[in-house]
Design a protein. Structure first.
Length: 506
């Protein structure tokens, strides 16, 4: 393969530029489409398996669903919304925001909703990606995956779950046809979705059992509605919203430093977490149940003002005894007791480490991405993988973190995609691929940095796989991620022509 400096003479893309297929219509897909269009790329197609854009905000409609990142940071920097109703936006409002941005930026017409991409394979001869979709085949010069890290619900392995006589459903597949009023409800899980769902349904149910495997640290959310006066001020003086955004980002980056290289900064977070427990719960037994033994930040920190007060309500029980099985009547514990239930709600999170699931991706060497990622997913800057040319992963491996906004990460990642396509244009090449030596060097640097982070202090979290590998977390500041993705480093990528053109030249 020729380097960028020797690529002159390769047949360039059409005047409209390379055709780009984007898989996923959430924040990642919409953001990629908008920023690529703003960079001059017009030949873009977005595939979204749902009936609307929005991704997780379209699918997750459980009671209490809301963002845990302040609204002014959980938005595109190029599309500030001065009229958020609250400091932490609810699900429906975020969903509407994504659709509004897609519409206003003119990319909604490029989205093929109700269309799932099941397979993508690189054609080495033609130098293109061949996609198999539920609507038929499709070809594109460039493949951008924006499937999200947490999109496939994780179902717990509990014996007898299918024998339960009542409804069983995951929070991501909420049954709005079921009225929980006056029912005995069992919620399995005490993580991020549970701390939002439980306070929302507690006032209407007869009894609520929450099954907790291990507690997580929480911080005060300090959520509040924005007054009409505040919204008008944000509209009239956009600088106020930008200042709030910058202040929020600075605090988030401080949290990132605390969890990675400056672990001494965790002490005040730990103190705030303990104070929140002690201030809400008087019962020493319940207080002991919800107090984590692991380091703050080892599991995802949850923001809430309502979780602990809800646990003290008369119709709520926090169950920490291990679950033995599910019967027709309810849930049997390891001690032999049976707790009756009318409905079981699974707040058990999502399958992690998939990144492109459930799509199969086949690279230039004929190997699938799953085979390349054995035993653990990896990618240069979370974006590119050797032997998978012209492919970019938005929100890919190791682009998650204990703090920060995924929207910020998405914008930084797309900036790298734009820079890569600019490199193709300048060199008149049609193929760009990360060098294996560069990707492996980055991976060694990444693993060394991860070893000293809070996520590797011994707790059980979804970031780590069964072998202790961490394909999820970014071990540096988020400002570092933006800096490193903003340009194409010399020597990292190879640029060249498709095999058919190389053969013709030879």
């Amino acid at each position: 393969m020729e380097s960028a400096g020797h690529a002159n003479g390769h047949r360039p893309f059409t005047p409209a530029g390379p055709s780009v297929a984007i898989v996923g219509g959430g924040f990642g897909g919409v953001g990629a489409a908008v920023l690529l269009r703003r960079a001059g790329h017009r030949n873009i197609t977005v595939f979204e398996k749902g009936e609307r854009v929005g991704g997780v905000w379209n699918h997750n409609t459980y009671p209490g669903a809301a963002c845990d990142v302040p609204s002014h940071l959980y938005e595109f920097s190029f599309a500030p919304n001065p009229r958020w109703s609250r400091r932490y936006s609810p699900q429906a409002e975020i969903q509407n925001y994504v659709e509004d941005v897609a519409r206003q930026e003119g990319v909604l017409d490029a989205v093929r909703t109700g269309t799932e991409v099941t397979r993508a394979a690189w054609d080495e001869e033609a130098g293109r990606w061949l996609l198999e979709t539920s609507a038929g085949p499709f070809e594109a010069d460039v493949l951008v995956t924006a499937c999200g890290q947490l999109s496939v619900p994780r179902m717990p392995e509990i014996r007898g779950l299918d024998t339960f006589a009542g409804p069983v459903f995951h929070t991501a597949e909420w049954r709005h046809d079921i009225d929980l009023t006056g029912l005995r409800v069992a919620v399995v899980g005490s993580g991020c979705s549970a701390i939002q769902t439980v306070p929302a349904i507690q006032p209407i149910v007869e009894h609520l059992d929450i099954y907790q495997r291990s507690p997580g640290w929480t911080m005060p959310k300090m959520d509040h509605p924005y007054s009409e006066r505040a919204k008008r001020l944000f509209e009239r003086f956009p600088l106020l919203q930008r200042i709030d955004r910058m202040a929020t980002f600075a605090f988030m980056d401080l949290g990132a430093a605390a969890m990675t290289s400056q672990r001494w900064l965790l002490a005040p977070f730990r103190a705030v977490g303990r104070r929140q427990i002690d201030g809400a719960i008087d019962d020493p037994e319940l207080r002991a149940k919800v107090t984590p033994s692991d380091e703050v930040g080892c599991k995802r920190i949850m923001l809430t003002d309502e979780w602990y007060p809800t646990l003290t309500r008369a119709n709520v029980d926090l169950v920490t005894e291990p679950v033995a099985e599910v019967t027709e009547e309810g849930i049997r514990l390891a001690d032999g007791s049976l707790r009756p239930a009318d409905v079981i709600i699974l707040a058990t999170g999502f399958q992690s480490h998939g990144f492109v699931a459930p799509m199969e991706v086949v690279g230039s060497a004929g190997r699938t991405l799953a085979e390349e990622w054995e035993p653990t997913p990896h990618a240069y800057l979370g974006l590119t993988v050797p032997d998978f040319p012209n492919m970019f992963l938005i929100y890919g491996p190791n682009t998650n973190g204990g703090t920060g906004s995924v929207i910020y990460v998405i914008e930084a990642a797309v900036a790298h995609v734009v820079a890569a396509l600019d490199a193709l244009r300048v060199s008149r090449a049609r193929r760009i691929e990360v060098r294996r030596s560069a990707e492996e060097g980055f991976n060694r640097e990444l693993r060394a940095a991860l070893a000293g982070t809070v996520w590797h202090t011994g707790c059980t979290n979804w970031y780590l796989d069964v072998n202790g590998n961490d394909p999820n977390q970014w071990p540096w500041l988020w400002s570092t991620y933006r800096r490193r993705t903003s340009r194409i480093e010399p020597g990292v990528y190879e640029l060249g022509a498709p095999a058919s053109e190389r053969a013709a030249t030879a």
